[in-house]
Design a protein around this ligand. Structure first.
Ligand code: BV8
Length: 254
């Protein structure tokens, strides 16, 4: 990543974070990339380069073929079961503690379903798209941790005889009301908004970036690549979050 003199944006962004009382942060698959979890839309390596999201991550696909969809999500889980939080997750948790100790807060709004923000120490994480670590019975609605699901056959079923599905938001499904309300409160009350590791193309989550920009609060994007929001944010920090976030915290304290 560029040195301080080459990257004045980093110092300016660190200055914004130092002064901010409440920070809202939208994260996507990119913040987990350095934990070894594949993203969705990266050319060639992303999940959607090899699978059709409408065949596997859509509510109609689950209704049409619950066996294939639950098998695929069990495979997705097998890819993240051993993943550990990376320095990006840990830096965000440290920032939240710093701000809470000073009477402020950091609201983490994630599109990820891997649970790594919580594993990295973040609290009160808003899971906009649910979590693969919880599966729910489609018949009784009962929730259970993934380790209590019997995957000897697919789709897995509950004692009530219903199909067990991951507690995630598929395309064509509404986001959980509680998550939507918490996210709206966070974005409407923040002094600084950050978007980290998301291609900013999935709605309504990406809409929170537009909302922050429309409020006129300073916005910071962290991403190795450009996104549709890059031209609209206050500071676009080009780099991996596992390196940029710890560097921002270092400079905040300088
Ligand atoms: C809904 C399931 C309505 C869980 C997911 C046309 C226009 C606008 C919207 C729509 C439209 N047509 C349809 C819609 C709605 C649709 C949508 O937004 N479609 C888009 C694609 C056009 N949205 C929905 O369906 C939502 N529901 O609208 O409901 C409704 C109303 C009434 C009644 C019923 C329903 C539901 C959206 C949630 C769908 N679920 N996944 C799972 O499998 O994980 S979406 C999927 O995309 C994931 O959740 C993921 O989180 C999300 C966003 O992707 P990203 O996280 O951004 O990942 P991506 O790979 O794209 O990008 C990674 C980024 O990281 C890249 O920029 C890369 O450069 C960067 N990166 C890489 N390495 C690093 C890094 N960054 C930092 N550091 C690194 N090291």
């Amino acid at each position: 990543m560029a040195t301080p003199t080459e990257n004045p944006q980093l110092d300016k962004a660190a200055g914004l974070l130092r002064l901010a009382r409440r920070i809202a942060v939208l994260t996507g698959a990119g913040i987990s990339a350095e934990s070894g979890i594949e993203t969705f839309r990266q050319p060639r390596t992303g999940l959607w380069a090899r699978y059709d999201p409408m065949e596997l991550a859509h509510v109609d696909a689950l209704a049409r073929d619950p066996k294939t969809v639950t098998e695929w999500y069990h495979w997705r889980f097998s890819k993240c079961a051993d993943a550990r939080p990376n320095p990006g997750h840990e830096a965000l948790a440290k920032l939240q503690k710093l701000k809470r100790d000073a009477g402020g807060d950091v609201d983490v709004l994630t599109q990820n379903i891997d649970g790594l923000h919580q594993a990295g120490g973040a609290e009160d994480v808003v899971e906009l798209h649910g979590s693969i670590l919880r599966w729910r019975c489609q018949k009784a609605g009962a929730m259970r941790p993934i380790h209590e699901v019997d995957f000897s056959s697919f789709p897995p079923t509950s004692e009530a005889g219903g199909v067990l599905r991951p507690d995630i938001v598929l395309f064509g499904e509404m986001l959980p009301t509680g998550a939507l309300e918490a996210a709206e409160r966070a974005v409407m009350s923040c002094d600084v908004f950050m978007t980290i590791g998301t291609s900013a193309v999935v709605y309504p989550a990406a809409g929170y970036i537009d909302l922050a920009i429309s409020r006129g609060v300073p916005t910071v994007e962290i991403n190795p690549d450009a996104t549709p929001m890059t031209g609209s944010v206050t500071h676009a920090l080009r780099g991996p979050s596992g390196a940029v976030l710890p560097e921002l915290l270092r400079r905040m304290r300088d």
